[in-house]
Structures are given as C-alpha cells and as structure tokens.
Design a protein. Structure first.
Lengths: 338, 106
C-alpha cells in the first residue's frame, strides 16, 4: 500500500503543475497515468507542435513544456506510476483507498483527477468479430514479437507504428500491410522503405482497402479486406495487428458517483472539488460556468485544488498564504540553497 | 448564417441555422446534436468529430488541409466522403450542407 497525502490521476501539464503546487505547500503526492510517459495530450498528440499561449513562454512544443514541468517538480521527488489506470475508489473512514489496473494500492487523504479527456486507449477495429480474437491472435500493440516468427501477419494502418512494424516483421514473417488510402501519415523514409519491400516481394501492400471481416475458430485463419470500389480479397493470416492511434475514454471514472456532464466532471470554482468530498477535478476534465480548455486554466485550477486538499491532509493545521519568492518554508521544500 | 442538416445515427434529421464563422462541429455541439464528441475541441488532434458529407457537397467544400486526412486514418469507419467537421467553417456558401454522423466516434 502506497501511503501519501494526495493521488493525482493524470500526468499531463495540469497534473504535473498541480504536483508542484502541492509540493510547495508541503503536501506529498504521487501520480498515476495510463500512458507509458508523462505529458498527456501534449506528448501523445502534439509533441512537436508549437504552443503559443503559455504565459511568459512565447513559444514551446508539447515536449518542451512537459520537460520543463518535470524539471520544475524535480525537487519534490514525486513518484510516478505509469502504465497504470485507476480502477476503484473506496472511502475508508477519512481516507481514500485506490486500486489501479496493475493492482497498485494507495491510501490517500484526497484525490485530484487531472485526467484530460480520459485515458488513452488503442482505437479498435469496427468489425465486431475482432473482439473474439483480441489478445490471442489480434493485437493493438506488440509485447512479444517472437510469436510472429515465420507466421503470416496482416497489419492495418498508415502511421509510424504500422509502417515500422511492417518493416521490422517483414524480416522474419510474411507481412500484409493494409491501409485505407494511398497516402500515409508515417515518416516519408518509412513509406519509401515499405514501397521498396513491396516491389521486392518481401511485403504485400494493399492500399485503399479496409477490413471487411475476420474468420477462424480459436485463432484467426484469414482476414477479408474490401477495396474502396467494392472488390474483396481474402488474405490467409495467423495474426492481425491494428495501429489506428489512440482514443480517449473516460473509463472507470464514470462509475465513481461523480456528477458527469458531457464527459466532464462538474466542480465548484472555489477549490475545484467535485460533488464528493476529497475528490477534486482540474484541467480539461472539469467543467464549470466559463470553463476554458486551456493549459493555463489547468494551472490555475491545480493551484486552488492543491490548497483545497490541505484540510483533508492536515486537518489540524492551518494553511497560510505565502509567496515562493519570500517564503522560507517553500524555498526549503524546493531545495533552494542560500 | 447557413442551414446545416445533420443526420444522426438514430435516423433523426436536425436542421440548424449555424452562424458564419462557427464550424460544422461547433454547430452540432452547441445545439446538442448527439454523436459528435470533438474530444480535442477542434484542434485537428483527434478524429471524434468525423462526419460523412453528402456526395454532391464534396467538391464544394474547402479542400482538406495537411493533417486532416492523417487524422481521418484514425476515425471510426472512414469513407471517401469523410471529413472532420471541425475543419468545415460555416459561411453562406455552406448553406444547405448535409452531413451524416457515424454510428459512433470511437
């Protein structure tokens, strides 16, 4: 059981800065995120794209913003739990018991949901029968590539993941790469490589095709693909891989009894607490009259929610307002050497 | 102002006056037309405002910017008449536009 003051759900910019605000007022926190790295949408959707509306930073990329925020919270030695999704919450006396998908358990005084638009999950095939094979012969990510050796793999998608895996697996497997159009969103060099491999007969490329159906008993045996113009092909396949990027799902948060309105959690604007005492929501996931889905709003919300947590974590103490410029306590927490 | 018609998956038809300058996505969201999630808020960073445009409108719309087709790769059941509704800015020229909203966005 991990015991700390506050659990932050979501390691996007809002969650990261909120950790800073908790640290500076002397509260401990740990952060859980479903992705394998911190940064949330900034890292997952636009790591290289510029952001122009962070106060005092005329321009930075999603990745730079994330790195700077991580740098800023370094002094607090915050523990991250990545690749974990929070599944269950339970109130035990005055504390919250939290359980994640990886069976990590936490006992905390308060919870701050900074979950953006939900947790990122792979986008799946629309074809219904795919569910039956998921995890056995149909995958949306690769954990062990050795199972594909000498097998026939049908890969769907046109981004970097689809291209990179098609190239790599073509060394040891028979690969079909299927994409809905002639253009690809992946790196141009990979596109060229795939076309070369196709010309050399080392990979079969099918463009303007999409999945029509999959068949097989316990394992996939073949997949049927359909051209834009209606023509179909049956491809013998041992495995099917789909790489269509990530979607965002609110997931288990929906079951916690929070007031949810259009995929967002209603909060008050005094301290961003939800309808449940001790659970706060900040950033894109919260809603209130006038809500702006900007990173800067998330920072503001995090600063207030952090202070809102204080009464739960330190019921017998009073929080005094201080400036980081002059507060000795804040500077000690930041490890400032004088 | 333009009249935009949204066909939702439950076979209902919603014809709405949408102000110039708003997007077809915003027209749907502001009028509580179901089926457009617009998770990223119109930043062309997701594909959850995906719509199918009525065939005879396809050529009358502004062409896709770089990146829209890439995002459509991630849409639920993209077709040749797929567009991201956040990229369709309403003007008088769009008066009468008809779009269908897919069964789901993810």
């Amino acid at each position: 059981m991990n015991k700390t003051d506050v659990l932050i759900i979501g390691a996007g910019p809002t969650g990261l800065f909120c950790a800073h605000q908790l640290g500076i007022i002397g509260l401990q926190c740990e952060i859980v995120d479903n992705l394998d790295k911190a940064g949330g949408q900034c890292i997952e959707l636009y790591p290289d794209k510029p952001i122009y509306d962070i106060p005092a930073i005329p321009e930075c990329t999603g990745e730079e913003l994330t790195n700077n925020l991580i740098q800023q919270i370094k002094p607090f030695n915050i523990k991250f739990h990545l690749n974990e999704r929070v599944e269950e919450l339970k109130k035990v006396e005055n504390r919250w018991h939290v359980k994640t998908s990886g069976n990590q358990e936490f006992e905390v005084a308060a919870i701050i949901i900074a979950g953006g638009v939900g947790s990122f999950e792979p986008r799946k095939f629309p074809v219904k029968e795919c569910q039956k094979f998921e995890g056995s012969s149909l995958f949306y990510s690769i954990k062990d590539k050795t199972i594909f050796k000498d097998k026939t793999i049908s890969i769907f998608g046109g981004g970097d993941s689809a291209l990179d895996w098609a190239i790599e697996l073509s060394n040891t497997s028979k690969v079909n790469l299927i994409h809905r159009r002639d253009g690809f969103s992946g790196a141009e060099s990979s596109v060229q490589k795939v076309k070369e491999l196709n010309d050399q007969g080392k990979l079969n490329l099918y463009t303007k095709y999409q999945m029509d159906s999959v068949s097989g008993d316990n394992q996939i045996s073949s997949v049927k693909i359909k051209h834009d113009e209606g023509e179909t092909k049956e491809l013998q396949s041992d495995y099917v891989l789909g790489f269509f990027g990530l979607i965002m799902q609110l997931g288990p948060i929906l079951n916690w009894g929070l007031n949810i309105n259009k995929k967002t959690v209603e909060v008050n604007t005094e301290n961003f607490e939800t309808n449940i005492d001790g659970i706060f929501a900040i950033g894109d996931i919260c809603s209130y009259p006038g809500k702006l889905k900007l990173i800067l709003s998330g920072f503001h919300e995090g600063a207030l929610a952090a202070r809102g947590c204080f009464k739960y974590a330190r019921p017998d103490e009073k929080l005094r307002f201080e400036f980081s410029t002059t507060s000795k306590a804040a500077q000690e927490r930041l490890g400032v050497k004088k | 102002m333009a009249k935009i018609t949204y066909y939702t998956h439950d076979s209902r038809i919603h014809t709405i006056d949408v102000q110039n300058g708003l997007t077809v996505m915003e027209g749907a969201v502001q009028n509580d037309i179901p089926g457009i999630d617009a998770d990223c808020g119109g930043g062309m960073a997701c594909a959850t405002c995906h719509v199918y445009v009525k065939q005879d409108w396809l050529d009358k719309l502004p062409t896709k910017e770089d990146g829209e087709e890439d995002m459509l790769d991630m849409a639920y059941e993209p077709k040749q008449n797929s567009r991201l509704s956040c990229q369709l800015i309403v003007s008088e020229e769009l008066d009468g536009l008809e779009v269908s909203i897919p069964e789901k966005q993810a």
